[in-house]
Design a protein. Structure first.
Ligand SMILES: Cc1cc2nc3c(=O)[nH]c(=O)nc-3n(C[C@H](O)[C@H](O)[C@H](O)COP(=O)(O)OP(=O)(O)OC[C@H]3O[C@@H](n4cnc5c(N)ncnc54)[C@H](O)[C@@H]3O)c2cc1C
Length: 413
């Protein structure tokens, strides 16, 4: 089978690259093994929240201070800015409403009632700034729901001088799930809450909220798109916001579904549940074809390939006791020194291994045995040189490198 571009990995970076290329009428296939980091996401995107342990106010300015090997430094501060302003419209085109300022970080609320820096957040999610408008806020959770902590959220509100109330609601559909506590997860509840069940949920939330100025609920609504959240907000008739739950994430799955749906509507092929096992690299340093488990001996062929297979979490790179490797092509991985230097015994320190990833040239071609693979690009968290967790830069790196590489491929062809 022959495509213009084959993308290995269908998480945030693979989908953003795929969508950008499909919009320009390229024949694109995404091969993706399974769940991505989006399924665990907070519903907020980080661009750059912390540098050298210090909080960042303006991520587009702070990018200028990063070391040369950082993916943002490889893009250059001007290019980061140029790409960053495209993110909200890009997601809006897939039906995903993001808010926040391009050049100012805000703070989202965690399920523990703390605040964490973020860049953009889904429209239905609460930020610290939103809360400054309200005096009385009702925290309304779902009875027996395991992945949200209303009392901690209430305590976070009190610290802001807000008077909170805490209550729990249920509906006949949710009661059916409650027969098995294992089912009381955000995504199981999210699958129930539409149509009549959503109306009943809205009535229960309204009653529980009493005379509060605003309502916070855990993000259990809107598995496939934003419509159920909009309907709930309209029915409740007062400001209602979501707070992230612990995984699985309804908001993240919504984003994944919306991006994939838009990609497929544009004619893209999404091969879910398949694993790219290997590929042949020719003498002159180009990929000739790849193999996948499901397609077997048949070769998948493209003019260009994009590696978007994620970091350790998604097995885009793999760690064994004495080696770290990229499993599909055996690409070079930026690993610092021997095993003792891979980690810090202080669990909370900046762990060196978090920066490990595929080594790339300035134009995002991965290296194999020190030489660039000419028709292969790497995007997202498979690239080394950054610590997404410490820097709060995960989604930003995924989206901006994907947009950049897609542009490059379009210009080259
Ligand atoms: C648990 C978790 C939660 C996070 N939450 C946030 C957040 O809330 N906000 C934020 O800004 N950042 C967050 N991040 C950072 C995250 O890295 C980025 O936001 C981003 O989603 C990474 O996208 P990606 O496409 O590079 O990789 P991934 O999302 O990891 O996707 C890689 C995909 O490739 C597939 N794959 C791997 N190997 C193969 C193969 N050989 N063949 C076929 N498919 C393959 C995997 O199955 C997976 O679906 C989180 C990271 C993790 C690990």
């Amino acid at each position: 089978m022959k495509y213009d571009i084959i993308i290995i990995g269908g998480g945030l970076s693979g989908l953003v690259a795929g969508l950008s290329l499909a919009k320009e009428n390229k024949r694109v296939a995404i091969v993706s093994l399974g769940q991505s980091a989006l399924h665990f996401s907070s519903g907020s995107l980080g661009l750059l929240g912390t540098v050298d342990g210090k909080a960042v106010e303006d991520p587009l300015e702070a990018v200028k201070t990063l070391p040369a090997e950082h993916p943002y430094s490889m893009l250059g501060a001007e290019r980061v800015k140029e790409l960053a302003v495209k993110v909200k419209p890009f997601f809006a085109d897939a039906g995903i409403t993001l808010r926040g300022e391009d050049s100012r970080n805000s703070e989202r609320m965690t399920p523990m009632g703390e605040f964490k820096r973020c860049w953009l957040t889904l429209d239905d999610f609460i930020t610290r700034e939103d809360l400054s408008k309200y005096k009385k806020v009702a925290v309304v959770s779902v009875l027996s729901f395991l992945d949200f902590y209303p009392d901690f959220v209430a305590s976070g509100l009190r610290k802001l001088g807000i008077e909170p109330s805490v209550s729990y609601v249920t509906t006949p559909e949710i009661d059916r799930l409650r027969r098995s506590t294992a089912e009381m997860r955000a995504t199981s509840i999210g699958r129930q809450l539409h149509g009549k069940a959503l109306d009943e949920f809205a009535d229960a939330v309204m009653k529980a909220a009493g005379d509060a100025d605003a309502i916070l609920i855990p993000c259990v609504v809107g598995m496939d798109d934003e419509e159920p959240v909009k309907a709930l907000r309209a029915k409740v008739g007062k400001p209602l916001y979501c707070v992230a739950t612990t995984p699985m994430s309804v908001a993240g799955q919504r984003m994944q579904t919306q991006l994939r749906r838009r990609f497929e509507r544009l004619g893209g092929t999404y091969l879910l549940g398949d694993n790219v096992t290997d590929g042949r690299i020719s003498e002159n340093g180009e990929i000739e074809y790849i193999h996948t488990v499901n397609i077997g001996d048949e070769k998948l062929v493209a003019d260009s390939y994009i590696l978007a297979s994620g970091d350790f979490f998604s097995r885009g790179i793999i760690a064994e006791p004495h080696r770290i490797y990229e499993p599909v092509f055996g690409l070079d991985v930026d690993v610092d020194g021997d095993r003792d230097k891979w980690f810090d015994r202080n669990f909370f320190a900046e762990q060196p291994y978090m920066k490990f990833g595929v080594a790339v040239s300035d134009d995002f071609h991965p290296l194999k045995d020190g030489k660039t693979v000419k028709n292969l690009y790497a995007v997202g968290s498979v690239i080394g040189g950054h610590n997404a967790l410490k820097e709060e830069s995960g989604a930003g790196t995924a989206v901006l490198t994907a947009l950049h590489v897609a542009d490059k491929i379009l210009k080259n062809n």
